[in-house]
Ligand binder design. Structure first.
Ligand code: GLN
Length: 450
């Protein structure tokens, strides 16, 4: 194994892995208790909340979910123009720590300030840390995609742990203790980031700073760069539809699991909230085998472009909703108005196979295609699109209250499969717009830390 690598990847990857693991622990921990805290009775003797109605709480949750990603655009622009990605991540982490501890203070001003700080913090950190992962690999390095999968597994380890730890202490002991624990998570992330800095030399610095780059940055985009921007925006369409479907999990599917799924297995009733960790758990389990599968697939000489994977992902997502249609059918046929739990396990499994074909793939794709001077902005725009997908998910979930679940599940399934096939049909043309950005040139090269 070459010096400076772990599992054949640059050591810096694992610094970013652990930083993001703890950032996501903080993010998903807070998210796990937010709605519960808002709706808990103010008169509760042990752990009083804010006493909001479910509708008010879900509305705030929806807006928060959108803004927290939407500000990625600003986070990206700030990194490209003023700070570089490395400093933006550090600053974002500080905002997140302040935000979580602000939520831990019992006052409405502190509460809203906390949300505001988190929105800014995540906007600064999330897109920029993802761009830094891409910068660890030279263009044409075959390991870039699997590097992003490893990074994505880290994200989801944080997401599995968070509801268990922050959720448990927040809900059972004290909401404010929960928010503090989320803050401590981010402190751990910052410690890893600062002390691991030596493995990130030359990664995420301000691109426009050097004289040669300043000249390059002021150039108008070339035809190739414009084509690449276009194909990225087309891929964003898949991304938005995907997240609108996937994020049903936290809202509509959460209620569906509670009310319409028979969750008793071997005499034990699986708590509804367990299904909130299931996605992340599946990612941790399936991430490595899926990455291995795609490497083998590529080596066998078959079509393996990012767009192809994303098209396949969209089709698999559609199957995930066919499984939910199965559940909705069983509900309509059963006397108890309930469906067996295997539909949910199967459906979430398919959602995650789709996620692994789309989400880390899209991150990697952007780092291959974005012009240097817009590297962070494009990543920020990607996260903004996922934020819009989140909001759309909420709107679809609300629509299901009138239209019924079967109609919404069918609609999502049909839309996803059509989009997926459309991408596969045009994959050659779309690939031409990338102008060879995905061609693998150097099977094992990476940027050595200076
Ligand atoms: N679940 C992933 C994460 O938290 C992706 C989120 C997204 O792209 N909106 O990083």
């Amino acid at each position: 194994m070459a010096k400076g690598t772990i599992l054949g990847h640059p050591t810096g990857l694992f610094i970013l892995f652990f930083t993001e693991l703890w950032e996501r622990f903080s993010y998903y921990g807070m998210r796990a208790i937010l709605v519960l805290y808002l709706t808990a009775e103010t008169t509760d003797k042990i752990n009083p909340g804010l006493g909001w109605t479910s509708k008010e709480a879900l509305a705030l949750y929806g807006w928060y979910g959108m803004f927290v990603y939407f500000t990625g655009i600003f986070g990206g622009a700030i990194a490209d123009n003023w700070l570089g990605q490395k400093k933006s991540v550090l600053l974002g982490g500080i905002f997140i720590i302040l935000g979580q501890f602000s939520l831990a203070v019992e006052s409405m001003t502190a509460f809203y300030s906390g949300l505001f700080l988190l929105v800014i913090g995540v906007g600064l950190l999330k897109p920029n840390i993802s761009t830094m992962v891409g910068s660890l690999y030279k263009s044409g390095d075959a390991r870039r995609d699997s590097g992003f999968t490893i990074f994505y597994i880290g994200i989801n380890i944080g997401a599995v742990l968070a509801p268990l730890i922050v959720g448990y202490y927040g809900e059972m002991v004290d909401w404010h203790l929960g928010f503090s624990l989320a803050g401590f998570g981010m402190i751990l992330g910052q410690i890893v980031y600062v002390f691991g800095g030596k493995y990130l030399k030359g990664i995420g610095d301000l691109f426009k700073k050097s004289a040669e780059h300043a000249h390059l940055a002021s150039q108008p985009l070339s035809k190739i760069e414009k084509d690449r921007m276009l194909v990225m925006f087309i891929s964003f369409l898949i991304v938005m539809v995907f997240w609108a479907a996937y994020e049903q999990a936290g809202g509509l599917m959460n209620l569906y699991a509670r009310d319409k799924i028979d969750r008793v297995v071997l005499g034990y009733e699986i708590p509804t909230s367990f299904f909130q960790s299931l996605h992340a758990l599946y990612v941790v389990i399936l991430g490595a085998p899926m990455a291995y599968f795609w490497v083998k697939w590529r080596k066998s000489g078959r079509e393996s472009s990012s767009l192809f994977k994303m098209g396949i992902g969209s089709i698999i997502m559609s199957f995930g909703f066919v499984a939910l249609m199965g559940a909705a059918y069983d509900v309509s046929e059963s006397v108890l108005n309930q469906a067996p739990v295997y539909w949910l396990f199967l459906s979430y499994f398919l959602h995650v196979v789709a996620e692994l074909s789309i989400s880390p793939v899209a991150l990697s794709f952007i780092t291959k295609l974005a012009p240097m001077k817009y590297a962070s902005l494009m990543m920020g725009t990607y996260f903004a699109v996922t934020g819009l997908g989140n909001k759309l998910a909420g709107i679809l979930g609300e629509a299901a209250q009138d239209a019924g679940e079967m109609a919404i599940f069918t609609g999502i399934s049909v839309f996803s499969i059509l989009l997926g096939f459309l991408i596969l049909i045009f994959v050659k043309k779309l690939k031409a717009l990338t102008h060879g950005a995905e061609e693998v040139e150097h099977p094992a090269t990476f940027v050595e830390p200076e």
